[in-house]
Design a protein around this ligand. Structure first.
Ligand code: GAP
Length: 448
């Protein structure tokens, strides 16, 4: 099934509208590094907030954590990342390009058909030195997953939160992987953000909790607007499971380059707590007062990429359509993800309209992320807001000076309703929550 939009169109929209820029662009950029612009930072924050809201705030069995990026090197020996977090690397003997052996087809270089070297295992963790001396003893790694910060704090969190199992600990933060091949915009980069939940359960209940979290996470994307037909579940074969996993499902999305992983939900068993207990010498078990027994919990881990989610939301929301003979590009983003919720647009930069328009802006901005734009024609300003997915535009015209009413235009249907300024916040709030965009309520009258 062909994907509906080229990645080039998404990259170009992101650059044009201040969503995502190439990193260090004035120096020619840095491979696979990207910067989130004024609109991108809002979108990314909204994705993280939407995750935190349902995974942490709306539950009484999950708490949050924010751990350091650099950790004791012993953590990575215990977790198996020093020995196992590797990809097979081959190099072309002619053009010297490097490839992940398991990601290319055939035995020759995909670039020039040259002969390839034998594969060697390449560790994906970035190394650096802590302190002024660059020696083996001061070697530290940038974390390749946020999960280990959670495992090594298991005891701290259980003791201080006074929660019983099942208990989840959630974290959002940067991870780093020295990927051999990157690409497809922000899909695979060397620096990215993880949204990870480690959900600790009693052994024997792990299978049912894995099923539970697979469904929860799949539904999260659908609730936030991703079309079901663009998502699929895929169970890992035994040969592709990570070194720590007993079982794993990927939620795949139909990206422009084909079906690719969006999120992984793994059953990590008791691998991590057992390893850390063994290597640190600290007991990491749980006393279950109800069952009157002590055990090492099993862990179910939904692990999502923030950047990859942002990309999927952008692609799924993107549409080009023709309105009265004119092309319109629109992002049908879910209102909770849209960078700007409402734009205030005076019909023109007329000195009579400006004070009222500014007043409306001031009234809205403490409650909603609001944009004010009075440059260029109203049509162009609508298009600009459509391209960044702003759900509502509020227009102030000369009639507004008389009747103290403004027009709200809805992004997807292009329908317009006229609303008293005094009711505006209430109306926008209701519409953002999904109330039908019509004049069914008393204060609104539909525009012709
Ligand atoms: N703690 C488990 C873990 O990290 P993973 O499958 O390696 O599992 C989880 O990563 C998610 O993190 C992926 O599904 C993807 O969304 C994101 N991710 C992983 N590597 C990435 C990279 N190089 N660039 C962007 N996102 C990445």
């Amino acid at each position: 099934m062909p994907a509906k939009v080229d990645m080039d169109k998404i990259v170009s929209l992101c650059k044009r509208r201040g969503l995502i820029f190439p990193s260090s662009e004035i120096y020619g950029g840095l491979a696979s590094c990207w910067d989130y612009g004024p609109m991108g930072v809002e979108l990314k924050r909204n994705v993280k907030e939407a995750w935190w809201k349902v995974v942490v705030h709306e539950r009484d069995d999950v708490v949050g954590l924010d751990t350091s990026i650099m950790m004791h090197p012993g953590v990575w020996a215990a977790s198996g990342h020093i020995d196992n977090f590797t990809d097979p690397l081959v190099e072309c003997k002619s053009c010297h390009l490097r490839w992940r052996a398991d990601a290319i087809e055939g035995q020759r270089c995909p670039q020039c058909s040259g002969e390839l070297t034998e594969p060697r295992m390449f560790n994906l963790m970035f190394k650096t030195f802590m302190g002024p001396v660059e020696e083996e003893a001061s070697l530290v790694y940038l974390r390749p997953e946020t999960a280990q910060g959670i495992f090594v704090n298991f005891e701290n969190v259980v003791t201080t939160s006074r929660k019983k199992l099942p208990l989840g600990i959630a974290q959002i933060g940067k991870s780093f992987r020295n990927e051999i091949t990157t690409g497809n915009f922000i899909f695979r980069t060397r620096e990215f953000e993880h949204m990870e939940l480690e959900y600790f359960v009693k052994p024997g209940t792990d299978k049912e909790w894995l099923d539970y979290w697979v469904k929860e996470r799949f539904d999260w994307y659908v609730k936030l607007g991703i079309r079901k037909e663009n998502l699929r579940l895929r169970q890992h074969g035994k040969d592709e499971l990570a070194h720590y996993a007993k079982d794993c499902y990927d939620i795949d999305y139909l990206f422009p380059m084909g079906w690719s992983e969006l999120e992984g939900i793994a059953n990590r068993g008791d691998f991590d707590l057992t390893q850390h207990a063994k290597c640190s010498g600290k007991e990491l078990s749980y006393y279950d007062a109800e069952a009157g027994e002590k055990y090492v919990p099993y862990v179910i881990e939904p692990s999502a990429g923030v950047d990859r989610s942002v990309l999927a939301f952008l692609i799924d929301a993107y549409e080009e359509e023709e309105i009265e003979g004119e092309k319109r590009t629109v992002l049908h983003l879910h209102p909770s993800l849209a960078p700007i919720k409402v734009a205030v647009l005076p019909l023109s930069r007329n000195e009579k309209l400006t004070p009222l328009a500014k007043e409306v802006f001031k009234q809205l901005c403490p409650s909603f992320v609001t944009d004010y734009d009075d440059s260029q024609s109203i049509g162009r300003r609508y298009r600009r807001q459509d391209e960044i997915g702003t759900p509502f535009c509020v227009t102030i015209d000369f009639e507004s000076l008389e009747d103290k009413q403004v027009t709200i235009r809805e992004r997807d249907s292009l329908a317009q309703i006229r609303v008293p300024i005094g009711e505006l916040n209430k109306v926008i709030e209701a519409k953002l929550k999904g109330e039908a965009f019509d004049a069914s309520t008393l204060w609104a009258t539909r525009e012709k």
